[in-house]
Ligand binder design. Structure first.
Ligand code: RFL
Ligand code: PHB
Length: 404
């Protein structure tokens, strides 16, 4: 145990644990309001940028990036999509987000790109981020003087602060700081994973296609007109080594609707990874002066493209609250954080679960009856304008709730 008296100690207003999109976006927004913050990150910046993840940004997310003043690349290089497609084997059904929602669209711009833009803006503004730290630990979060300790290059450091934002993802230390008896965790694990492949090839379609096929689910997505992202539902026992590029493309062709498969251009993969699917929620998201933000507090299966977008709505709420705290001396609003976030999170959790349930093949883990019900449900929602509207407004994203 290190002696805190001999540690190098400094002060800031908010310590942010984690330099993923949640931490970086929050840091940039707080700095805009003149609220000092330091980011601590376990791995290197390069490692963070090697994680290929989300690609679909709701309008609320895009607006927050604009508010942070980091939207130039997103607005010039990102693609605005007015719709998505859902396919049943060879039949393709368009969900026109813009028409069905009265104007909402989504922006296709990779999580890696948004993260890089935020990192560059942070370093251009001279804001402090410390990468490759270990043993990060929040202390006294329910007391008057919280602080965070961490180690770097064999030395131990202490940062005294007013608040701690736990933006350290599902495996981070922040959630574990809340005593077990003070939190409730809800979890659902799905009996399959997604194998993702990134390739420098033109996308098979202008819009995303979510494919419910008799061979299992597939998703055709993209990052740009020269960069494609595809996913295949795979058994949890599969590993990346089980899937050569050739095997991936062959299986994808069989799961895409024929009219799309005919246009598929294949090429070498530049990244391949498998992600297990789960839903997870921790309640509450605030404990004293510690706030859980993004994947640190909740996880959804990627089927609804909601993970990063829910992280952004947490960031928006915490940004609004901390601005009120520092600009209006209003500390009462802090207690609203968890409830405001959780209402939107549970909706995102339900939507992602519902889409996952309707579009995947659960094989023997679901009864024949439940399988038919899921297919009937998907067909009903996609054959009715009202049904498509229900999908469209949730896919494009529900509005953010304001702090009172
Ligand atoms: P992250 O991105 O996990 O970042 C957390 C950071 O914290 C660091 N960390 C620590 N730092 C210091 N001390 C510690 N003790 C630490 N422990 C951890 C980690 O190194 C990391 O850098 O969480 P954040 O910022 O909350 O962002 C959440 C998003 O990454 C996530 O929700 C999305 O990627 C989910 N997701 C999608 N979301 C969407 O909105 N739309 C999509 O289209 C979408 N597609 C996806 C996805 C996630 C996927 N995978 C791989 C899980 C597709 C996939 C395949
Ligand atoms: C992606 O492009 O990585 C992506 C898009 C939509 C999803 C999930 C992932 O639902």
């Amino acid at each position: 145990m290190s002696n805190t008296k001999t540690m190098k100690t400094r002060k800031t207003q908010v310590v942010i644990i984690g330099a993923g999109p949640s931490g970086l976006l929050l840091g940039q927004l707080l700095a805009k309001q003149g609220i000092e913050n330091i980011i601590l990150e376990r791995v290197s910046g390069e490692y963070v940028l090697g994680r290929i993840r989300a690609g679909v940004l709701e309008q609320g997310f895009a607006n927050l990036v604009r508010e942070a003043g980091v939207a130039h690349n997103m607005d010039t290089k990102g693609e605005v999509h007015e719709g998505v497609e859902i396919a049943f084997n060879d039949e393709r059904i368009k969900v026109n987000l813009k028409e069905l929602t009265g104007g909402d669209t989504v922006v296709i711009y990779g999580q890696v790109d948004i993260t890089r833009d935020l990192m560059e803006a942070r370093s251009a503004a001279g804001l402090e981020s410390v990468y490759e730290v270990s043993n990060t630990q929040p202390h006294d979060v329910t007391g008057e003087h919280p602080y965070v300790t961490y180690e770097k290059d064999g030395k131990t450091f202490k940062i005294e602060c007013d608040y701690i934002a736990g933006c350290d993802g599902f495996h981070g230390v922040s959630r574990q700081t809340i005593p077990k008896e003070k939190r409730v965790e809800y979890e659902k694990v799905y009996p399959f994973g997604w194998l993702g492949l990134l390739s420098e090839t033109p996308p098979v379609n202008d819009e995303l296609i979510y494919c419910k096929s008799d061979r299992g689910f597939a998703l055709a997505s993209l990052r740009s007109q020269v960069l494609s992202r595809y996913y295949l539902q795979v058994p949890l026992s599969d590993t990346v080594e089980d899937w050569s590029d050739e095997a991936f493309w062959e299986e994808l062709k069989k799961r895409l609707p024929k009219s799309a498969a005919e246009k598929l251009i294949t090429g070498p993969s530049i990244e391949k990874s498998i992600v297990p699917l789960r839903s997870f929620i921790c309640e509450p998201l605030q404990y004293g002066k510690l706030f859980l933000v993004g994947d640190a507090g909740h996880i959804v299966p990627p089927t609804g493209a909601k993970g990063l977008n829910l992280a952004a709505s947490d960031v928006a709420a915490l940004y609004e609250i901390l601005t009120k705290v520092y600009k209006e001396n209003n500390t009462e609003c802090i207690a609203q954080y968890s409830e405001i976030c959780l209402r939107r999170i549970w909706n995102g959790v339900r939507f992602s679960w519902w889409m996952t349930n309707m579009l995947h093949d659960f094989q023997t883990t679901k009864s024949a009856f439940d399988t038919r019900i899921a297919t009937s449900e998907a067909r009903y929602y996609l054959s009715s304008e009202a049904g498509k509207k229900v999908i469209a407004e949730q896919y494009a994203g529900l509005p953010y709730e304001k702090v009172k």
